[in-house]
Design a protein around this ligand. Structure first.
Ligand code: ZN
Length: 397
């Protein structure tokens, strides 16, 4: 290990309690999507206290902290909204307690994913202490609304806030592996309009439930023949909701709608996925629609996008992936696991739409995301804070 890496590890260790306590403070503030105001003010305070060059909150409510002022731009992203607690009976501790005990920080959001931001605040503090002066701008971003609409915050950052990084690190949980992709996804409605008639004489009408049911059985078969990718796995489709309407419970149903959850592997796009469904429902008279997301952010701004989240991956030999591998190897003396996420992240827009290369590196085990008894190892937080700081130096600008 060279001198700089040794120093970075030393500082990350020195700030072990500071990192854990910062995370505990964030976890104690409930922060569901579109309700992140208080947690964002706390993150901003932490960045200011850590000595970031500049910290501000944009129109959608993302917190942006800057260190350095170079031509090339690296962004380190972590979303600050969390999902709800679920049934409290399933928890062995208070999900909003932020308890620090037995080498873990406990509570909702520790893994998914306020642990990442807590670690990057410390890495900013480390960079300051090292007198960072490389020709590079680093934006540390605590983003919003990811759990409701992954990537929306980055559409805003790029298109409205004018932040266009050359590279991004996502701090979503990777168990300290270097991740380089995940499947995309999209949501569609398929609607069927029938003709109502008295329930005593169904032959006079056209039942929309039968039309939708025939389509549903074809969609079940479609799932079996979707594409497969060696790295990302198989594309998939499932029906998550079936809605119908009828003028009375003694009448032929004249409307039915399926809600489709489609996961897209490599080579599958919005166009190809819509076409597959159209081929199934055309003869049944069904209409396919890709859904839109639009919500009011906590700032009051209404903002949205289509619910199409493109698939993305970087090749293993990509410079950014290899910089991650090298950084890890230098710091910890072993090769990291290079892998993919099962779930979706903000990289659907960052890489999937805007083509900016992203890698993932974050504290915590993905298996605990959205689950009861969520907790993160403080060792993971310490290692992540060292990694982000060392990565900045390792990156070839
Ligand atoms: Zn997440």
């Amino acid at each position: 290990m060279d001198k700089l890496d040794t120093k970075i590890i030393e500082l990350a260790e020195k700030y072990r309690d500071y990192t854990a306590e910062n995370l505990s403070k964030l976890v104690k503030i409930k922060s569901l999507s579109t309700e992140e105001k208080e947690v964002q003010l706390e993150l901003k305070r932490q960045m200011e206290e850590a000595g970031f060059d500049e910290v501000w909150i944009d129109g959608l409510g993302n917190v942006i902290g800057r260190i350095g002022k170079g031509k090339k731009i690296l962004a380190i992203d972590g979303h600050m909204d969390t999902v709800d607690m679920g049934a409290l009976d399933n928890w062995n501790f208070d999900p909003l307690g932020g308890e620090i005990k037995d080498g873990f920080v406990h509570g909702r959001g520790t893994v998914d994913q306020e642990g990442g931001p807590a670690a990057f605040v410390t890495s900013g503090k480390i960079l300051n202490e090292l007198g960072f002066d490389k020709d590079l701008t680093i934006y540390f971003i605590g983003s919003v609304m990811e759990e409701d609409c992954d990537g929306l915050c980055w559409k805003y950052l790029i298109e409205e806030e004018g932040i266009k990084p050359d590279w991004v690190i996502s701090t979503e949980p990777t168990n300290l592996g270097v991740y380089r992709g995940h499947r995309g996804r999209m949501e569609m409605h398929v609607s069927f309009t029938g003709v109502s008639a008295h329930g005593s004489a169904p032959e006079r009408g056209k039942n929309a439930i039968y039309m939708a049911s025939k389509a549903a059985l074809e969609i079940e078969k479609l799932n079996e023949r979707l594409k497969y990718d060696d790295f990302l796995g198989k594309g998939s489709i499932t029906i998550s909701e079936f809605v119908s309407e009828s003028p009375s419970l003694c009448a032929v149903a004249d409307f039915a709608r399926l809600h489709l959850d489609r996961r897209l592997t490599w080579g599958e796009t919005k166009e190809s996925a819509v076409k597959e469904i159209e081929n199934i429902v055309a003869k049944l008279g069904g209409k396919v629609k890709v859904l839109d997301y639009s919500e009011k952010a906590y700032t009051g701004l209404e903002y949205g996008m289509e619910k199409y989240y493109p698939t993305w991956k970087l090749p293993e030999e990509h410079e950014l992936v290899q910089t991650g591998v090298k950084t890890f190897n230098n710091l910890f003396g072993t090769k990291p696991k290079v892998d993919k996420w099962t779930f979706s992240t903000n990289a659907v827009t960052i890489t999937g739409i805007y083509g900016i290369p992203t890698i993932g590196f974050g504290p915590g085990n993905e298996l605990l995301a959205h689950a009861p008894n969520e907790k993160v190892m403080i060792d993971d937080l310490v290692k992540a804070s060292a990694f982000y700081a060392a990565f900045v130096y390792e990156l070839k600008t």
